[in-house]
Structures are given as structure tokens and as C-alpha cells.
Design a protein around this ligand. Structure first.
Ligand code: MN
Length: 255
């Protein structure tokens, strides 16, 4: 089995190293990761500057680009064969609820899925003292399951792991994407040494809506959250309910 590993914390992050070391026990692992931290890079693809590859060892490369660049380069250019699975992580910190749309970690798994490879993202929900070995072990179990059963087409998994030893994990839960409640004072305004204002985004993310079966709820219960996400972002309910707009818009252009 061939596994392509990437992340958004950069190639030197201990999370990606723990992941690659553990997956090497079951697969040929290629690591292609950004040369520096690119958290919150989302699904950005670099089109207007050259990408350079640096080799760090056997099947290990850094790229001066985004997580999406890494997966795209890996699958379309560097690997001699199509990987069986793409694994992104282990992210330092959770990717829960709305984080998914900003996350470079999750986007690397999106890119793998887009290119036809079963993919998942693993994030470790902690701020310090990361027990990455727990997430790495869980990634290994999932890789084996996916190898055996694959994933539905166009579907990737967003996996979040609580900061516990594996023996203390309360179980696995298939969840849905939750919703954060953002702090209204999340923008910090300051003044620089030359008297000019500057802003800093991303104050505290205090709480989340208490929805049943959400990724947040699973983590709070000490469980591993596995949220299936899909590439097709269409809201099918709204395709039906908004269809009545067609005729009034048509009228505007005389149809
Ligand atoms: Mn990150």
C-alpha cells in the first residue's frame, strides 16, 4: 500500500512525523508537506509563482506552497504511482465545526478526494502536551479500514482526536459538522510604532452550539469524532426551495 502524507503545520511539525512513522509500519509512505506553517491556508492552489521541491530523505519532500499544492504535485507529478490513500495531519489543534472551511489540513484531504484518492484529515484537539501517538494509531486503524472498504466516491473523513492516551479514549463516533459561537470581540485593533492602526484576526473561540451528534459533542465526551464531508457543496434542499426564483428572474430578462 502507498500512502501520501501532508499537513498544514509544515514538514518539521512533530505531528506529521508521528503520523508518517506510524503509517510506515503498514505502507510505503511519501511525505510531501509545506516548508513552513500554512494553517488556515484553506484550499488555495499556487498558480502565480514557481514551486520548488526540497528532498529531506527517502520519499520526504518539502514544497514552498500550500497543502493543496503538496497533494496536487504529489499525485500528478512526483509519485510514480497513484497512492492508495491520502492522510493529512496530524494537525496541532482541532478542526471542528466551521474550522473545516479555513483548514489547510482538511483541504489537503479535499484535494486527494478531488483527484480520486480516498482521503482523510486527522487533527489533535489540544493546545499543548500533544499526545500525537494516539492520533497516529487511530490514523493507522482508519487507513487499514479504508484500504479494505474504500470510501464512498467524493467523500472524505474529517477526524478529530481528543488529547487522551489510547486506553482512555471513550470510543469512536460518526458525527456531523458542528457550529462555533464566535466572540464578537474577535478582532484586535492596535497601533504600530509609527502610529498606524493594524488589526489581528482570531480572538477567542469560546463555545459551540450544543447540537447532538456534532463533532464538538463527541470530543467533549472523550470520543474520536469522524465526520464524513463531501466535495459536492450543493445544498439540495435549497435547489428545490429556490426554484421558484427562476420565473421571477426570467421575467426580468423578458422570458
Ligand atoms: Mn495547522
Amino acid at each position: 500500500m502507498v500512502i501520501l502524507v501532508s499537513n498544514d503545520d509544515g514538514i518539521h511539525s512533530p505531528g506529521i512525523q508521528a503520523l508518517a512513522d506510524t503509517l510506515r509500519t503498514i505502507a510505503d509512505v511519501y511525505v510531501i508537506a509545506p516548508d513552513r506553517e500554512r494553517s488556515a491556508a484553506s484550499h488555495a492552489l499556487t498558480l502565480h509563482k514557481p514551486l520548488r521541491l526540497e528532498k529531506f530523505g527517502d520519499n520526504m519532500y518539502s514544497v514552498n506552497g500550500t497543502p493543496t499544492d503538496c497533494i496536487n504535485l504529489g499525485i500528478n507529478g512526483i509519485l510514480n504511482e497513484k497512492p492508495d490513500i491520502v492522510v493529512s495531519g496530524i494537525n496541532k489543534g482541532g478542526n471542528l465545526g466551521d474550522d473545516v472551511t479555513y483548514s489547510g489540513t482538511v483541504s489537503a484531504a479535499f484535494e486527494g478526494t478531488l483527484l480520486g484518492v480516498p482521503s482523510f484529515a486527522v487533527s489533535h484537539v489540544a493546545e499543548s502536551d500533544f499526545k500525537f501517538e494516539t492520533s497516529a494509531r487511530i490514523a493507522l486503524y482508519l487507513a487499514l479500514l479504508i484500504k479494505e472498504n474504500s470510501l464512498p466516491p467524493g467523500v472524505l473523513l474529517n477526524v478529530n482526536v481528543p488529547n487522551l492516551d489510547i486506553k482512555d479514549i471513550k470510543g469512536f463516533k460518526i458525527t456531523r459538522q458542528g457550529k462555533r459561537i464566535y466572540d464578537e470581540n474577535a478582532i484586535v485593533e492596535k497601533v504600530d510604532p509609527r502610529g498606524k492602526k493594524y488589526y489581528w484576526i482570531g480572538g477567542s473561540r469560546l463555545s459551540w452550539e450544543k447540537t447532538e451528534d456534532s463533532d464538538f459533542a463527541a470530543i467533549e465526551e472523550g470520543m474520536v469524532s469522524i465526520t464524513p464531508l463531501r466535495l459536492d457543496l450543493t445544498e439540495y434542499g435549497a435547489v428545490k426551495s429556490l426554484r421558484i426564483w427562476e420565473s421571477s428572474l426570467n421575467k426580468k430578462i423578458g422570458i
